[in-house]
Ligand binder design. Sequence first.
Ligand code: CTP
Length: 388
Amino acid sequence: MLLKGRKILVGISGGIAAYKVYDLVRTLVKEGASVRTVLTPSALDFVSPLVLATLTGSKPFYRWDEESPLAHVELAKWADAFLVAPATVNTISKLALGLADNPLTAAWSAFAGPKLVAPAANTVMLQNPAVRNHLETLRRWGVEVIPPDRGLLACGDEGEGKLADVDLIRDHLVRALSPKPLKGKKVLVTLGATREYLDPVRFISNGSSGKMGLALAKAVFYLGGEPLVVAADAKVSVPERFLVRRVETAGEMLEACLELFDGVDAVLMNAAVSDYRFSKRFDKKLKKSQKRLTVELEPTPDVLAELGKRKKRQKLVGFAVESENLEENALKKLKKKNLDAIVVNPVSVMGSDRYEGTIIFADGRKKELKAPSKEEAAYEIVSTLLGS
Ligand code: CTP
């Protein structure tokens, strides 16, 4: 619910991808945002003002009349953010030239807050040098250009040009409306559960879903930073744009983290790393030939402790789940691994959507956390720990 109470003006221009805008406005409204819409004349060929009015609870603006001579200025004053989706090449070009010849372009020129465009068009149209230039101009002026997706386009071609996914557009809106304390900062985020193999098909692991880790990576993005995700096995799907490495074992996790460590400003070590691995890993699948099988386990490398030994400017944050003596146990880990902070939560939080926990800082300060979702908890954790 990071968009709760935010006022979002959605500009719709006339391309076939406009049919997806119903889904987009519905998603934003569901998240508690107030949404109003403004249309170009040709958008009326693709979407219905009645449907938009029903979904947003607000009459779309698509034509000036005696009652609304200044509707473009009123909308611009009302909005916290202005998103054009889909942005056709015609509308992109008009925005970059400063034209104000229809309700959408007029409202855009009257708006001074965060602006976003989500282009959607045929690949060749988007690669046209004039359009590329116009997009570059918009970027230079601080407009966020949400990259279009690749895939099968309405014209039958395969390529880049599909309107970005609703979730991606929503994530860019959250970022546009957030402060940017992490601008220019790279943050390594590890997530998921490592696997330690006995043979090619059997392993020990744990139930970590990776949900909190993904929420942390997204929070880094929202707050203006660049998340570099090292993902072990996870139930959530990690967007390609965040993923830098997939790993399976604690050993691979250590290797990946050591490689990336010098280039990052902070590490959020959210992965649930196995504490033990099999002393012997069999090359072939074990047969059920023996009555009793005894295996020996040995400790895995402690990734965070290794990073703690090497840290220079980096902030190191650990995450612990505890059944008892939460703060006492967490503080011991913080000291032992040379961390800047540790976030500890009770076992009951696992699998639940609500979050509660405590941030413990190296200087002994504490901050209690309570949030209705992991996404909101992660946003608070990242802004508290890395936001200053
Ligand atoms: N961690 C790690 N490498 C390991 C084990 C843990 O980097 N081999 C990290 C985790 O990612 C987490 C932090 O250390 O950020 C605390 O993990 P936790 O499992 O709570 O602590 P352990 O040191 O493993 O202690 P224990 O399991 O005995 O509670």
